[in-house]
Design a protein around this ligand. Structure first.
Ligand code: 5AD
Ligand code: SF4
Ligand code: FES
Length: 351
């Protein structure tokens, strides 16, 4: 792309927060656009969500999963992963530690584990809410009623990545799952007034920049409150074990493009990014991101929750990561978020 065209598209995105699919795809395909996109996204990030970096304590409470996603180490056919399930007491104890560490929000994440019925999860949510924490769930697809029960128990937010908006790739990589049901889940969550997070994987076989452009327009169309993305990290225990890893420069352009088009969204610098490229979390925080999700899971569970190999920080302790992240945030001239760090809505409607 010519320098003039690049500047024109980035300028349009920064001013209007709108691009067509073709414009977005052209920027995402443009290897020379990384820095200029990141600089524009960093300005938009500062203007809309400020310099705070919000920390969410991540509790990985069960590695059982009934699904069989081709990329994921927790897929049910993977016999090489150790399964564990924390007890209600253990989960609440981790939430207490998260609170003591100063994290206002916990993200309770698991595979799709049917043992945790909505009723069982609701009890845990009620316990954690009593601690005064904001609760984000990331437990996969559930029925409308289950989402309602969990919302009524006090869950505030829900993360469910669409993974890809290309229906064919979705249904090939997530066998037995339907794209329609994924959309139904996201629309239920919105209707139940959760803050909703979604996102995609980058580097899936067959995925194009046009598809990634459509992913971003989809995030915009559902008014996503949070958008978490990451590169595919090939896992040798899965059918995608021999795929190349996701392109980190493309991941960075995606982070920047998401900030340009969803200026108010909470966008994490994710562990998968750091796993492929040490230092990537800071790079992404300078390229549009404003959230990090330090893992507060302790002991053996921390190793066993193996979506992909080489996960950053598995060998570290929660306390170590807490101090490490705070230091890195300060060193960047940013501040650790105070308060729940929910979706902001600007007074001026931009969309
Ligand atoms: N590489 C990167 N991300 C992965 N996830 C699952 N497996 C992998 C992998 N091999 C992501 C999915 C899921 C999130 C919890 O982890 O996008 O939504
Ligand atoms: Fe299960 Fe989620 Fe992994 Fe799919 S991505 S196998 S649903 S844990
Ligand atoms: Fe885990 Fe730095 S954040 S060691």
């Amino acid at each position: 792309m010519s320098e003039a065209k690049r500047q024109q598209l980035i300028g349009k995105a920064e001013q209007t927060h709108r691009l067509t699919e073709a414009e977005l795809a052209a920027l995402l395909a443009d290897d020379g656009a990384d820095d200029a996109m990141a600089e524009a996204a960093d300005r938009v990030r500062r203007a809309y969500v400020g310099d705070e970096v919000h920390l969410r304590g991540l509790i990985e409470f069960s590695s059982y999963c009934r699904q069989n996603c081709l990329y994921c180490g927790l897929r049910r056919d993977n016999g090489n992963v150790q399964r564990y399930r924390l007890t209600q007491e253990e989960i609440v104890a981790l939430a207490e530690k998260a609170k003591a560490a100063g994290y206002p929000t916990v993200v309770m994440q698991s595979g799709e584990d049917a043992w945790f019925t909505a009723e069982r999860l609701a009890e845990i949510v009620r316990d954690v809410k009593r601690l005064g924490l904001t609760v984000t769930l990331s437990v996969g697809e559930r029925t409308t009623d289950e989402y309602r029960i969990l919302r009524e128990a006090g869950a505030d937010r829900f993360l469910l990545r669409i993974e890809t908006t290309d229906r064919k790739i979705y249904e090939r990589l997530d066998p037995g799952m339907s794209y329609e049901n994924r959309l139904r889940c996201l629309s239920d969550l919105k209707r139940l007034s959760y803050e909703v997070g979604t996102g995609c994987l980058i580097g899936l076989p067959g995925q194009t920049t046009e598809m990634l452009a459509r992913d971003i327009l989809f995030f915009q169309s559902i008014d996503a409150d949070m958008v978490g993305i990451g590169p595919l990290v090939p896992n040798g225990d899965t059918p995608l074990g021999n795929e190349p890893p996701g392109d980190m420069r493309l991941v960075r352009r995606m982070v920047s493009a998401i900030r340009l088009l969803l200026p108010e969204a909470n966008i994490p610098a994710t562990t998968a990014m750091e796993t492929l490229q040490p230092g990537a979390r800071e790079l992404m925080l300078r390229s549009g991101a404003n959230v990090m999700m330090p893992n507060v899971t302790e002991g053996e569970a921390r190793q066993k929750y193996a979506l992909y190999p080489g996960k950053a920080c598995v060998a570290d302790t929660p306390d170590h990561c807490r101090a490490c992240m705070e230091g890195r945030i300060r060193a960047m001239g940013r501040t650790v978020g105070q308060g729940a760090g929910g979706r902001r809505r600007s007074k001026i409607s931009i969309l």
